[in-house]
Design a protein around this ligand. Sequence first.
Ligand SMILES: NC(=O)C1=CN([C@@H]2O[C@H](COP(=O)(O)OP(=O)(O)OC[C@H]3O[C@@H](n4cnc5c(N)ncnc54)[C@H](OP(=O)(O)O)[C@@H]3O)[C@@H](O)[C@H]2O)[C@@H](O)CC1
Ligand SMILES: Nc1ncnc2c1ncn2[C@@H]1O[C@H](COP(=O)(O)OP(=O)(O)O)[C@@H](O)[C@H]1O
Length: 512
Amino acid sequence: MQRILPCPTPSAPPRPLHDRLASRQLEQRLAASLPPHTLMQRAGLAVARLAMAWQPHAQRIVVLAGGGNNGGDGLVAATRLARDWPQRDVAVWWQGAPERLPDDARWAWQQARAANLTWLQAAPEHPPDLVIDALLGLGLDRPVRGTALAALRWLQACPAPTLCVDLPSGLDANTGHWWADAPPQPAAQRATLSLLTLKPGLFTGHGRVVAGASIWFDDLGAEPEPGTAAAWLVAPGGWPDTAALRADHASHKGSRGDVLVLGGALPHAHAGIGMGGAALLAARAALRAGAGRVYAALLGDAEQVPPWDMGQPALMLRSATAALDSDLPERATVVAGCGGGPAMATLLDAVLARCPRLVLDADALNALAQRPDPEPLAARQARGWWTVLTPHPLEAARLLRTDTATVQRDRLAAARTLAERWHAVVVLKGSGSVVAAPGLTPRIVASGSGWLATAGSGDTLAGLLGARLSTLPWPAPPEDLQAAVADTVALHGTLPEHWPHRWPPTASDLLP
Ligand SMILES: NC(=O)C1=CN([C@@H]2O[C@H](COP(=O)(O)OP(=O)(O)OC[C@H]3O[C@@H](n4cnc5c(N)ncnc54)[C@H](OP(=O)(O)O)[C@@H]3O)[C@@H](O)[C@H]2O)[C@@H](O)CC1
Ligand SMILES: Nc1ncnc2c1ncn2[C@@H]1O[C@H](COP(=O)(O)OP(=O)(O)O)[C@@H](O)[C@H]1O
């Protein structure tokens, strides 16, 4: 058994995530090679052990078990707890029907009937010391109804520490969609033990909210075959290797990569509304992340451009017109769109045609969404040029001509479709950012938290991506580009953790 989150080894290689179908195929293959019920026995024992390791002082334990194999795992855990920790009071609230039990779960139920367990007919009157949630697992693929919904509501409201078996009940294994009409409640005192495989839904969509602060994994002895993963889980990254940077005595500012941030509409250019700060945030982030020279080109008249950035005088400011009159678009990694406003639409063609290394964010994405033809991006892909799109769910919905709810309903699918349609590496931002690239298995980034939900934190990410791409060896195979982007998103997700205060950071606090 291993702890996945909080991640004990930040530089660990990506882990495979398996969807419902692949998990079931693996389960069948493994079960066929073992004596009957071995897998469920292993699963239940793992649950019981983790429960006692996590909440060693829990005396009154309630196991909420459903009528499928997830409930079977819970029943085995209850049986083991009553047998191996006899001083505990273990009660089972079972939602199954004996005549409809699958084979493994029937065996588990028979064992449990013979054990020293209390059988509850309704929700316990008082919260126990520990709840084991084995109501619904991998099998859930439709809205929760009936008695299961009532039990799920109790579970969501129960203040007791809760250990979820395989998946939190109500969560879709493939997508992280929440299938119950009762809103999912975040809980610090919740943990999940994923069995056999790690599932994508634990790490994106509602997964991080409902799975709790710690996620554990027991493979039960399974070895998935290569090529069966629906996605890869990227561990939270660390700061780029600054020691190597220092040891590179032959480096100079020109060898550390140039970044041009193109955006930040000045009030004159955008109906009296200034958004220059977004471009400065991106540019400061690029500089702090190690880019050798960073230029911020703002949208508006040259005389409106401030002479310097007082917060970061090392930035070189200019107008967008001046930047486009130079060789910067060809030479630098270009981050376009942050705070750009509608004026970005007039620059998009030039940017797509001239910038070999390109990150499109915010208003550049909105401008892109207004044109149905992805041909310029296909041409970029054919030339081996890099295009990275960083939409949040609403921008993704505009690019896909759908709505935000549809994007969020299946974030992996949305990111994959965007990557294929727009011939680009796509970062679908939000909880469990998905990094998809044409023809490659997507990556899900496990870092990040609600502390990033603040205006400007996406601009910071765009700047970090600019810095990362400016030093990535050119040309790079698509796998390397996708990995570099995912690692940068993972690094961005860890930034709030370095903030020393109890109140959340603003976007400009994210970088020291
Ligand atoms: N076999 C083994 O060795 C291993 C099994 N493992 C374990 O098996 C789990 C998967 O088991 P599973 O396939 O039986 O699905 P599961 O999550 O229990 O759901 C089915 C039950 O839920 C019910 N139900 C479904 N939807 C519902 C709804 N919307 N609203 C209400 N009820 C609904 C459904 O009812 P029915 O459709 O029959 O009316 C049925 O009773 C997996 O998560 C892992 O824990 C692993 O540990 C590996 C080893
Ligand atoms: N709840 C959350 N969990 C993890 N990451 C989040 C969360 N909310 C926001 N983020 C991250 O913060 C950033 C916000 O980007 P965006 O919405 O574009 O902000 P802005 O446009 O204001 O800069 C993205 O990287 C996103 O993934």
